[in-house]
Design a protein around this ligand. Structure first.
Ligand SMILES: [Zn+2]
Length: 203
């Protein structure tokens, strides 16, 4: 019996396990997964909705790079609303991550149109969604709250946008695209519009 040969698959398996679990390797692996996902959403969104129900895009003002605690700069938009107001997806996409985050509290990440990760933070509650679920523009993701480092502030949605590129994520100001691409109505309600009957004859 050739002992060396019979052991080889086991060695490869161990190496593979090491590669997959070591922090140094797992970041590139995760990034490749993200790039592959982002490729499916490479088209720019035809329209976007303000991710807090009832807020008009004309009322938004940018706080991009305003100073924050710990020398951080604000990378997103704070959309203030009453606790429990529905938070909706700004674009069509797929739930990428959901859970707890030290700064963001209860958060949802959606990988969506425009090769972008959309970040919804400080949520009070989550909608009945799983990682991998497809969400349409205007679909409810959760509700406005003040979890994470927003505990001492009035309830608001922290909304972030990160372009996915080969070198990593690049934060962009969400307010200009939200105003530029403001949609009249959310995509998930478009199906409710009365269908036009096709013209079959010129009577
Ligand atoms: Zn914020």
């Amino acid at each position: 019996m050739n002992f060396r040969r019979s052991r080889r698959p086991l060695v490869w398996l161990l190496l593979l396990a090491l590669v997959a679990t070591s922090p140094w390797w797992s970041w590139p692996l995760r990034h490749i997964e993200l790039l592959a996902g982002a490729w499916r959403y490479r088209q720019q969104p035809k329209a976007m909705v303000v991710p807090v129900e009832g807020l008009a895009s004309t009322t938004l003002s940018s706080t991009w790079h305003a100073p924050r605690s710990g020398g951080r700069r604000h990378e997103g938009a704070d959309l203030f609303a009453k606790k429990g107001t529905p938070v909706v997806s700004a674009v069509n996409g797929q739930v990428w991550r959901m859970g707890q985050d030290r700064l963001g509290g209860q958060v949802v990440w959606v990988l969506g149109e425009g090769r972008t990760l959309y970040y919804y933070a400080h949520l009070d509650s989550f909608a009945d969604l799983r990682v991998g679920d497809h969400v349409k523009r205007g679909e409810v993701l959760g509700t406005v709250g003040n979890t994470g480092n927003a505990r001492t502030t009035p309830p608001h949605l922290h909304f972030g946008m990160y372009r996915v590129g080969w070198k990593g994520l690049r934060a962009v100001d969400p307010v200009p695209p939200l105003q530029r691409r403001a949609a009249a109505r959310p995509a998930h309600r478009e199906g409710a519009r009365p269908r036009l009957r096709p013209v079959t004859s010129a009577a």
